[in-house]
Design a binder for this molecule. Structure first.
Ligand code: NAD
Length: 290
């Protein structure tokens, strides 16, 4: 397939490289990041987009997505698919899809989970919103870049699934970290705590697969001095998107709101920036109740 790829950063670079390696004809554009091997470089976003059957965007936020979409929608081929894989607010996803559809294009919001490791290995999970036709067209590309693609519903449903998942993750990681900090002060050994909780009703992905306590459970960023992994500021970005969405539809999300406050405190007023999101554990250990 002829593919335009805009946003070749930590995630987009390896995703575009995997598509090229699978035999697709990929033309890429980024303001600063270099083009990976096998991807032809374009001088402007429009040059990467014109003539492509599918244009994939992998950008930092909704404002930049709207800006790039306004540049490329007018030059895209009729019937082509604009597939945004960035994590953005639901409103921007729906607005860009509406603009694309008004111009005779198909649109998908297809945010991912799996991180930079999943992008490189081609094992991402895609959560997809948009029409059946657009999903069917993009599916072979999802199969190259990932191991699973779930069609969640109409435009915006992919972003909705992503922020609901990550709101659960943020709140669950926070409470897992505070439980370890409490266990320490109660004199409960961390390995015993893991043995019990990971096989009891408190188990979760945060405890069982990504344990925030070093030397306990499977290898995780905690065992690598909390180098990310999934950086605390990215967790905060997704939590803020969940709260923005909750406010827009008047949904009660008190745990999500508290997790957002905790990660704001950690990233903006403590040493969380650039550390893995599970480093809330040493943060809580050092904090006490004050
Ligand atoms: P990144 O900052 O490494 O990459 C974004 C790229 O977009 C940069 O290279 C930047 O130069 C480029 N860019 C910005 N404005 C542009 C423009 N106008 N035109 C062209 N290129 C432009 O970020 P990333 O880690 O690759 O993340 C991309 C998206 O994926 C984000 O929305 C993020 O939330 C999401 N995401 C990231 C991860 C992760 O672990 N890094 C995991 C899941 C989802």
């Amino acid at each position: 397939m002829k593919i335009g790829f805009i946003g070749l950063g930590n995630m987009g670079g390896p995703m575009a490289a995997n598509l090229a390696r699978a035999g697709h004809q990929v033309t890429g554009f980024d303001l600063t990041a270099p083009c990976p091997d096998g991807v032809a470089g374009a001088a402007r976003a429009q040059d990467a987009a014109s003539g492509a059957e599918v244009v994939i965007t992998m950008l930092p936020n909704g404002a930049i997505l709207r800006d790039v979409a306004a540049q490329i929608i007018p030059v895209m081929a009729p019937g082509a698919v604009l597939c945004d894989c960035s994590t953005v607010d639901v409103e921007s996803a729906r607005a860009v899809a509406a603009q694309a559809e008004a111009a005779g294009l198909e649109a998908l919001d297809a945010p991912v989970s799996g991180g930079v490791g999943g992008a490189s290995a081609g094992t991402l999970t895609f959560m997809v919103g948009g029409s059946d036709l657009a999903f069917t067209t993009a599916q072979p590309l999802f199969a190259v870049m990932g191991q699973k693609a779930v069609h969640c519903g109409a435009s915006g449903a992919g972003q909705a699934a992503k922020i609901c998942n990550n709101m659960i993750l943020g709140a669950t990681m926070a409470v897992t970290c505070e439980a370890f900090a409490l266990a320490d002060k109660l004199g409960l050994d961390r390995a015993r705590m893991f043995d019990v909780v990971s096989t009891s009703s408190g188990y979760s992905w945060s405890m069982n697969a990504y344990c925030p306590a070093p030397g306990v459970g499977p290898q995780s960023p905690a065992d690598n001095d909390y180098k990310p992994g999934f950086a605390a500021e990215l967790m905060l970005k997704d939590l803020r998107l969940s709260q923005q969405a909750a406010e827009a539809v008047d949904a009660a999300t008190p745990m999500g709101a508290r997790a957002t406050e905790l990660y704001t405190e950690f990233v903006e007023r403590a040493d969380g920036k650039g550390r893995d999101f599970s480093a809330l554990l040493p943060h809580f250990s050092a904090s006490g109740r004050g």
